[in-house]
Design a binder for this molecule. Structure first.
Ligand SMILES: *Cc1c(COP(=O)(O)O)cnc(C)c1O
Length: 375
């Protein structure tokens, strides 16, 4: 049996090696490394997949969030609402731009920002809400968009973990994650659901002017070469990455199905286990299982993880510290106890191996090893 990993990128590559190698070789043969033809072709392919009007590739997901907030002209002191239980990228960018992160607790069952707790955090300084579609399913976008509209706020979706997940509005309309707010951002970090062989990211929007602005900001603020209209950054998707992403995008739906199969097997194995809470599915959203994250009840997490490690099974804690208690962000004055659900989740969650290449004997070993801990 192959070694069990959190994600198995090597096996995934081996299955489509010929196509990937050919795509990368083409870029090398053309020596079109920066802004070569594949960058635009990939943006077009992704646009079609997402059914949105503009896709602007960039250097990584964090850059994408930064460029998005720069394009929306937020000013120092403006407040941006973000979940307290999430990956740090959005918070970091907010702080870097001199904006103020305003944290909101999450829903304990779905891990998504708790929409019932947003309204009370809105002040006359609030400019935006950043829902993070954590672990691969969409936050409650209908409620978030309605609140944003009522208060004149922008919505920037962090879709780094959720590319391909689809949200259903109450009128039956379907939308891809990242295409519902003013701007959506994703990451092509290798372990993401659509991962490249290094860093990469993209911004999505349906607004022509915002698209132009994000394109400009991500190219040193220039509209025309050597003519700089605004302060920008240098954030590009390498052509080699774009070329291989074009190949992998064709497999994305298949990859999603493979992840869902693993998730279904985990669900079935643990739903009756009183020590394990399986991840709750949101009715309005499909799940692409970037992570399969369970909550442990009355279990020593460290011992549980060591037990699995003794069978060669890795686990990860996403995330061990809530954003408001991170050392770097203490100046915003938050304290322990401010967001009890996020704080509790950080102590209870553990993510199991989840990827597109899981073999049934690997899955059996994981499930058996977990069950054996409770005997
Ligand atoms: C990975 C990730 C990012 C950042 O993406 P990078 O490409 O690594 O900069 C942002 N937000 C979330 C939720 C992520 O998981």
């Amino acid at each position: 049996m192959k070694k069990i990993q959190m994600v198995d990128l090597k096996s995934q590559y081996e299955k489509i090696k010929d196509e990937i190698d050919a795509a990368m070789q083409e870029v090398i043969d053309q020596a079109a490394f920066i802004n070569g033809p594949h960058v635009r072709l990939f943006a077009d392919d992704l646009k079609a997949y997402l059914n949105c009007k503009y896709v602007i590739p960039c250097g990584n997901g964090t850059d994408g969030l930064q460029v998005a907030m720069m394009a929306l002209d937020f000013k120092p002191g403006d407040e941006v609402i973000v979940p307290a239980f999430t990956y740090i990228a959005a918070v970091e960018v907010i702080a870097l731009l001199g904006l103020k992160p305003v944290f909101v607790d999450v829903d304990a069952a779905t891990f998504q920002i708790d929409t019932s707790k947003i309204e009370s955090k809105i002040t006359d300084k609030t400019v935006a809400i950043v829902p993070v579609h954590l672990f691969g399913q969409c936050s409650e976008m209908e409620a978030i968009l309605k609140m944003a509209q009522n208060h004149g706020l922008k919505v920037i979706e962090d879709a780094a973990q959720s590319i391909g997940s689809v949200y259903r509005f109450s009128d039956g309309t379907l939308a891809q994650s990242g295409t519902m707010g003013d701007i959506g951002v994703t990451s092509f970090f290798p372990s993401k659901n659509l991962g490249c062989f290094g860093d990469g990211g993209a911004m999505f929007t349906n607004d022509h002017d915002l698209a132009e602005k994000m394109r400009m900001i991500s190219t040193h603020g220039q509209k025309k070469k050597y003519h700089h209209h605004s302060i920008g950054v240098n954030s590009r998707l390498d052509t080699v990455q774009a070329a291989l992403l074009r190949v992998k995008l064709r497999y994305l739906n298949q990859y999603q199905n493979a992840r869902n199969k693993v998730a279904e097997a985990y669900d079935k194995a643990f739903e009756a286990n009183s020590h394990i809470s399986i991840p709750k599915r949101i009715l309005q959203s499909t799940h692409v299982f970037h992570q399969y994250t369970i909550k442990l009840k009355d279990v020593n997490r460290e011992e549980f993880s060591k037990h699995l490690a003794s069978f060669g099974i890795p686990t990860m804690i996403y995330y061990p510290v809530p954003t408001h208690l991170q050392l770097a962000y203490q100046n915003y004055g938050y304290r322990e106890g401010d967001f009890p659900i996020s704080e509790k989740l950080c102590k209870e969650v553990i993510s199991l191996p989840m990827h597109t290449e899981m073999e049934s004997e690997q899955l059996d070993l994981i499930i058996d090893s977990i069950n054996s801990y409770f005997i």
